[in-house]
Design a protein around this ligand. Structure first.
Ligand code: FES
Ligand code: FES
Length: 138
């Protein structure tokens, strides 16, 4: 009980005092995603380093429940210094581990919203870059 209370406190703290909340000017990519169950959204700005392998900085904003916002806040901290490859390899278990509490099946979409936004944003960004490269080859 002690442990999970501590984690619950941590989630509330991230919800009330979100880290890296706001916008980054000139991010490498920006993406917004929605939890279709409730319409809550998270928008995330990501800055990659020059090699575009490592995440340097993340900021987010959005409207949503405590779990979605706390998860975005925690993820924004966790992602700084991790590689894009590590981000793309994350799954829902990693998100649940990060949150440190049991997440009911009903709330799992709230918990993984931020992770999905970051992953989809990266996928779209690198996908479009590939397209750019092929289209300039004409
Ligand atoms: Fe347009 Fe993410 S919202 S690419
Ligand atoms: Fe909407 Fe959690 S209730 S993201």
């Amino acid at each position: 009980i002690g442990g999970s209370d501590m984690y619950r406190q941590q989630i509330l703290d991230h919800y009330k005092n979100p880290r890296n909340h706001g916008e980054i000017e000139d991010p490498t990519f920006t993406h917004v995603g929605e939890n279709p169950m409730c319409g809550d959204t998270i928008e995330m700005d990501v800055v990659l380093d020059e090699s575009e392998e490592t995440i340097e900085h993340v900021a987010f904003r959005g409207d949503g429940c405590a779990i979605s916002q706390a998860s975005a806040s925690m993820l924004s901290e966790k992602l700084q210094g991790t590689t894009v490859e590590e981000l793309q390899a994350m799954d829902r278990d990693d998100v649940v581990d990060m949150l440190g509490v049991d997440i009911s099946p009903m709330r799992i979409k709230c918990a993984v919203l931020a992770e999905k936004v970051a992953q989809d944003g990266a996928e779209i960004y690198f996908g479009e870059k590939d397209l750019d490269m092929t289209s300039t080859e004409e």
